[in-house]
Design a protein around this ligand. Structure first.
Ligand SMILES: [Zn+2]
Ligand SMILES: [Zn+2]
Ligand SMILES: [Zn+2]
Ligand SMILES: [Zn+2]
Length: 489
């Protein structure tokens, strides 16, 4: 059951079953109560994907951008596949990408065969174009709002708003002058304190009661979650929640990776990151139901807070949001202290005091912007980055064995993002050549399937029987973007 946004605007809280808990929170963020910059970004984001599917997929500019970024990021890749008119545009773009990136890989393979070396040219890639477009929209909206606050009337309205999310307060801070920033942070501090109080009130009432009424839990989170993490458009793509996923079998890391390497259905590193994530979240869920305190392990960044909303039980979401609010409140406090003028010694002369007043305020503004713009320290990001790099190092060690190399060649190999990361970790020349040859082979086969699928799409070719090439467009997205959507940036 979806809840109409009008119902949210009127503030009614219907009784919710578990899946609706997530939908309700998400709709609230996009509804009347959410951050205006989030709403603007979400609206323009939809336009980006609609325009991509309708017209931009056929432009050289799009192909160039996606070649430099090695496709979309995993979340935006999943979003393009889920788009109602996804297939033709996604297939066309990835046919071009397999051709272009395949050529680069073949060039690397042949120069290495000739013994002329060749640097790790795919070790770096640009940011995903959809993410870049989102960054641009965010920057423009944040700058617009910050500039508008120079008008006293707008400033007065801003106080009534109190719903700009923290990620977008961070974006606005870059464009605010000293006094406006002080004002914005003051307003946000009141909002954060009030949200923290509503979460604390829930805690006092229910504690770690697993069967606490979800209606109350939603009530506690209505202000707090959007304020902390803004909106995340990845939300609707990933069901079922964690509780419905099987627990990963407990083996050693070597056995886990050996098994993942021989699979044909996905990149070994993506599989391992997913396993690490599920394992960590299940552990956290178990601990939270026992009433344990472990703030230092809870997800904090907006992406992983929303991942907790999608994957975790409501009590874990409440604990994570409470912890993130505490960190945000600390960051705001430090920034406000930094902005406050230090008491200058009364005995100093007039000119040094004037100079200090002018230069000091510039310095304090710069420092306060740095403090507020600092990314929140997220244990989930650290865990997943380590899982990615440690898995790639283990893979490199395992592939020294020829039997394991054969299994890896027969299996899926790596997605382009993790192939690129493997090169960034400076593998030996032999490992570089081996990984590149495997990747080039996988990409050549994928390209053939994509071409075969588009050859068979006209009516005249319909009588020919078709096979797995029908799904090549989806597999192409996974090959470029990877399949683990909560990857840290
Ligand atoms: Zn926002
Ligand atoms: Zn992206
Ligand atoms: Zn991968
Ligand atoms: Zn994170």
């Amino acid at each position: 059951m979806r809840i109409a946004p009008q119902a949210l605007a009127e503030g009614s809280l219907p009784l919710l079953r578990r899946p609706d808990f997530r939908k309700f929170l998400h709709l609230h963020v996009l509804g009347a109560g959410g951050c205006p910059i989030c709403r603007n970004v979400a609206w323009l984001d939809d336009r980006y994907f609609s325009r991509f599917q309708r017209e931009n997929f056929a432009l050289a500019k799009t192909w160039n951008g996606l070649t430099r970024s090695l496709g979309f990021c995993a979340a935006d890749g999943a979003r393009t596949v889920a788009h109602p008119s996804g297939q033709p545009a996604v297939a066309t773009v990835h046919e071009v990408l397999t051709r272009r990136v395949g050529k680069i890989l073949s060039r690397v393979v042949s120069t290495r065969r000739k013994g002329s070396g060749g640097g790790p040219i795919l070790a770096e890639h640009d940011r995903c174009p959809a993410c870049r477009s989102r960054d641009d929209v965010t920057g423009r909206a944040a700058s617009f709002l910050a500039t508008a606050l120079n008008d006293p009337e707008a400033l007065r309205q801003y106080e009534g708003l109190r719903s700009v999310c923290f990620p977008h307060v961070q974006a606005m801070a870059r464009y605010c002058g000293g006094s406006i920033l002080q004002y914005v942070l003051g307003v946000h501090k009141i909002a954060v304190d009030s949200a923290a109080e509503s979460v604390a009130a829930f805690d006092r009432e229910h504690g770690a009661d697993r069967n606490a009424d979800e209606e109350n839990m939603v009530g506690a989170l209505l202000k707090a979650l959007p304020l902390t993490a803004g909106c995340n458009r990845t939300y609707d793509l990933f069901e079922p929640p964690l509780a419905d996923k099987p627990s990963p079998t407990s083996r050693g890391p070597v056995e886990n990776l050996v098994e993942a390497m021989s699979r044909n259905d996905g990149c070994a590193v993506c599989i391992e990151m997913d396993r690490t994530w599920v394992e960590r979240m299940k552990w956290l869920c178990g601990k939270i139901s026992e009433g344990c305190e472990f703030d230092e392990l809870l997800p904090v960044c907006p992406q992983h807070l929303w991942a907790a909303v999608c994957d975790g039980p409501p009590l874990l979401v409440v604990a994570s949001v409470r912890n993130a609010l505490r960190i945000i409140a600390g960051q705001i406090r430090t920034a406000l202290d930094t902005l406050a003028p230090s008491s200058s010694p009364a005995r100093r002369g007039m000119m040094p005091r004037i100079r200090e007043a002018i230069q000091g305020s510039h310095r304090r503004l710069g420092e306060a912007r740095d403090v507020i713009g600092r990314p929140l320290p997220c244990p989930a990001c650290t865990l997943l980055q380590a899982a990615r790099d440690r898995t790639l190092m283990l893979l490199s060690a395992l592939l020294k064995d020829s039997l394991r190399r054969n299994a890896f060649e027969r299996g899926y190999g790596l997605c382009l993002k993790h192939y690129s990361r493997a090169l960034a970790l400076n593998p030996s020349p032999e490992m570089h050549a081996f990984l590149t040859e495997v990747e080039a082979g996988k990409l050549a086969l994928l390209r053939w399937e994509l071409e075969e699928s588009s050859r068979k799409s006209p009516w005249s070719s319909r009588p020919e029987s078709s096979g797995t090439e029908n799904t090549a467009w989806k597999r192409a997205v996974a090959r470029f973007s990877g399949s683990f959507v909560w990857s840290p940036e």
